[in-house]
Design a protein around this ligand. Structure first.
Ligand code: GLC
Length: 568
């Protein structure tokens, strides 16, 4: 799914810059002197699917509020809530009709303030989703914009005449299928929408748009929000001349010609704009997280900003595009992000890609493999962003009939492209009806595996995926080497076992992950690190510590995770 979504939406062009120095700015740090987000574990919540407090089949803000204890106990420091603003829900909230309110289906601003207050008491920060590339056509800005060619907001969106009657201004294709231009008969012009027809693109070249959007961020910062996840940030600007994109051979899953989005993706202006958005964020010590689909390290590096003055946390999607359990490929991608000089941001799942449980699982050892994945992305240098339910081993539940599909991408692409419903199903709290998410029929059905993979049951099972996540997250919060240590790849030619050190002062944590279904033998010569005679103290392992052996002769069970502290 990720591959498809990414291919459809983002065919990429590359440019680069350097990202090391930091401008003078006040940034709140934790007691160890780090910016708070570097020591935090983030957790993405899809509010429709997390917890339904009023039993209407759709999750809500009060539902999130009621589960803060769970999140705190799990080891989550910040939650990113995907859009919960008023919206016609064409793209389930990614079509915003009012940036400064909460959709009634999710509650009220008052509920949000309660949540913010309770979250503070739980030491959990809130990150909102900023859908800055486009609005809903129901937004008052667009309504005015569409009303006449002379309206106050006309130039807030991208309107153009067609090339000829019935022919759109250029050949650009929407990520949701078909032309990216929609004809509007009221003013006899086309408007541009990279995504659905119900998601017209804002014109960021207009300073009035820029100011209004900066004010939106201030509105939420003042309510206590700690930062934003920036939606579809690659796509903020379009070529002023609207030149045609180069066409490639073949068609995509939605039946449209493949093309290079040369003139509407990652234009240099994006970076200028991000430095301005960052200046506003810095007024409030806020963090910006980027939905940054990059094709290579240069593009990723550029998002940190030439003076570390753009996005503090650009997500590295190249990491989760390693769509198989491959020690070799993960090692290469970790080296890739490490080489940017920026602070890595690791993600293995989200609401746009099939769940990691399915992408990496072999269908037989999925729970073990889920632990291997956790053992990796929660121990690397950088900040991890979890996706709700990942800690349970929640699996995809794809629709089987077209009439059940909710996601516009699935509707357009059926049956080849089933859309994103499968990864957005309700959180599995217990084994009662609808997994304890709601007493009403949920907006999407839970998979049958909720009977075994749910919070209540897994809390009782010492071998569950959830218990493993809890142990790992506790470790991550307390081991200085996991928080602040550097990353050193070991045994770099090994195709089956991913191993590395996190070194900090005189300590190091050794992480060894068997990514194969076979018993593996490994040995580490750590004399160059001054750790040759270090005695490993096991911190966490999925196999009996005594059966692992010593660092110069280690025996690993299939899909084993072994994490140990080494002291000089
Ligand atoms: C981002 C969101 C995705 C949405 C799209 C349009 O890619 O993650 O869910 O459909 O933007 O807003």
């Amino acid at each position: 799914m990720l591959g498809t979504f990414k291919n459809v939406l983002f065919i990429l062009v590359a440019i680069s810059a350097l990202a090391i120095t930091s401008p003078a700015q006040k940034i709140s740090s934790d007691p160890r002197g780090h910016e708070w987000w570097k020591h935090s574990v983030f957790y993405e919540i899809y509010p429709r699917s997390f917890a339904d407090s009023n039993n209407d089949g759709i999750g809500d803000i009060k539902g999130i509020d009621a589960h803060l204890d769970y999140l705190r106990d799990l080891g989550v420091d910040a939650i990113w809530i995907t859009p919960c603003y008023p919206s016609p829900q064409v793209d389930f909230g990614y079509d915003v009709s009012d940036y400064e309110n909460i959709d009634p289906m999710y509650g009220t601003l008052n509920d949000f303030d309660h949540l913010a207050n309770d979250a503070r008491k739980h030491n959990i920060r809130i990150i909102m989703d900023f859908v800055l590339n486009h609005t809903s056509p129901q937004h008052q800005w667009f309504r005015d914009s569409a009303s006449s060619r002379n309206s106050k907001h006309r130039d807030w969106y991208i309107w153009r005449d067609g090339k000829a009657p019935g022919v759109p201004p250029n050949n650009w294709i929407s990520g949701f299928g078909g032309s990216a231009w929609q004809f509007d008969s009221t003013t006899s012009q086309y408007y541009y929408h990279f995504f659905a027809v119900g998601q017209p693109d804002l014109n960021w070249r207009n300073p009035a748009v820029e100011n209004a959007m900066f004010d939106v961020t201030r509105f939420w910062y003042k309510r206590g929000v700690a930062g934003f996840r920036l939606d579809a940030v690659d796509l903020l600007f379009e070529d002023p001349e609207l030149r045609d994109n180069p066409i490639l051979e073949g068609k995509n899953d939605l039946g449209d010609p493949n093309m290079v989005n040369k003139y509407n993706d990652k234009l240099p202006e994006v970076h200028t704009e991000l430095t301005k958005l960052r200046m506003v964020a810095d007024e409030y010590d806020a963090v910006l997280i980027g939905e940054t689909y990059t094709a290579n390290r240069e593009e990723l590096k550029e998002y940190y900003g030439g003076r570390n003055d753009e996005i503090q946390m650009p997500m590295d999607f190249m990491f989760c595009e390693v769509n198989k359990l491959s020690a070799r490929e993960f090692r290469a991608q970790i080296a890739n992000v490490e080489s940017t000089g920026g602070w890595p941001v690791y993600v293995i799942g989200n609401h746009d890609m099939a769940r990691s449980y399915n992408r990496y699982g072999d269908g037989v050892h999925n729970d073990q493999i889920a632990k291997v994945m956790a053992g990796m992305y929660l121990t690397l240098r950088g900040t991890p962003i979890m996706y709700y339910g990942e800690e349970l081993g929640m699996e995809n539940n794809d629709p089987v009939r077209k009439e059940d599909v909710k996601d516009p991408i699935g509707i357009a692409g059926w049956p080849g492209e089933k859309g994103r419903d499968g990864e957005r199903t309700p959180m599995q709290w217990n084994d009662s009806t609808n997994a304890g998410f709601s007493q009403a029929k949920p907006w999407l059905p839970v998979p049958a595996s909720y009977k075994t993979h749910n919070v209540a049951r897994e809390l009782e099972d010492p071998n569950s995926v959830l218990r493993f996540y809890k142990q790992l997250l506790a470790l991550r919060h307390h081991e200085p080497a996991l928080l602040d240590g550097d990353y050193l790849a070991l045994d770099q030619d090994n195709p089956d076992v991913l191993s590395y050190l996190r070194r900090y002062n005189n300590d190091a944590v050794l992480v060894v992950l068997n990514m194969s279904g076979k018993q593996q033998k490994v040995r580490f010569d750590l004399s160059a690190q001054g750790l040759a005679s270090a005695k490993p103290i096991t911190l966490l392992t999925t196999q009996g510590a005594s059966s692992v052996g010593s660092i110069d002769q280690m025996s690993l069970d299939p899909f084993a995770v072994y994490i140990a502290r080494l002291s000089r």
